[in-house]
Design a protein around this ligand. Sequence first.
Ligand code: ATP
Ligand code: MG
Ligand code: FE
Length: 336
Amino acid sequence: VYVLGIETSCDETAASIVKNGTEIVSNVVASQIESHKRFGGVVPEIASRHHVEQITLVIEEALARAQMTPDELSAVAVTEGPGLVGALLVGVNAAKAFAFAHQLPLVGVHHIAGHIYANRLEQEMEFPLLALVISGGHTELIYMKEHGHFEVIGETRDDAAGEAYDKVARTLDLPYPGGPHIDRLAHASDNAIQFPRVWLEEGSYDFSFSGLKSAVLNYMHNAKQRGEDIKPEHIAAGFQNSVVEVVTTKALRAAEQYSVRQVIAAGGVAANRGLRTSLEAAFKEKSIPFFIPSLPLCTDNAAMIAAAGTVMFEKGIRGTMKMNGRPGMELSSWTK
Ligand code: ATP
Ligand code: MG
Ligand code: FE
């Protein structure tokens, strides 16, 4: 089974061909980071325009690198949501046109299901499983009993972790996206400011990062007023410590409570060195198998969409020519 995956939910235009849901045949990602950098974040109109310019080329490139023709494909899988509506529409329309032209089945994939299935491109999934999706727009703990079953047991009530990273980075005058810069500063710091840990109610698996972000802003404001010099690395380290401790503690508690056989992390923030080290140590101590896909599979790509789409395709799930981008799409289980 060869599935063409298409992803355009945010600022990456991507296409990929995956064999049997587990093996990457080709994987093409055109990033727009350079175009959004000077605005300090993703500008939706610019994103859509880039997707329109790139999508056909990226799909052709994915076929060319795989040395395949459309008639060798079994299906087309595309990110249906969530994401920026104008961005999603470009991918969905390209997928519909491609599927119609080549008489291929169409499958609409939830972006977060894609992030989780990125894991399957490097190792087989073992159920029950806990997924920590920690990215620019999401921070979620998801319990999976089997393929296609998703139970969101915790999520952020305000900012996503990546969003908090990017906002704190911005106040420290670091370039966009700020996550890697904060990570680097934190790593090099010899000291860390003590910022609060936000645990929410007893037993809750939800997250909240906006209070932490405000604490950082207040700290900087007060230090400036007192005329103290601000050490960005101490702030970065303090902020990162708080995120890492809360995320590690909640993920570990969830893994134990749900007695999972495997924990996987995904999303751009999973690239964070501090977080990786902390999660690896915590799960190792409890002998719970823990895995993070390699970096290019953690951030947005279409191979993960093809991987999730393959399982859906094999379960008989099909999209129609009425498919539209769904910016607020909920992660629901594949019941078929
Ligand atoms: P979503 O999947 O929720 O729609 P997204 O796909 O745009 O969001 P990703 O591309 O997975 O998000 O991740 C981007 C985020 O990851 C950015 O916020 C970026 O700052 C953050 N990030 C990348 N590397 C690191 C790092 N080393 N430490 C912390 N954050 C990082
Ligand atoms: Mg991105
Ligand atoms: Fe993503």
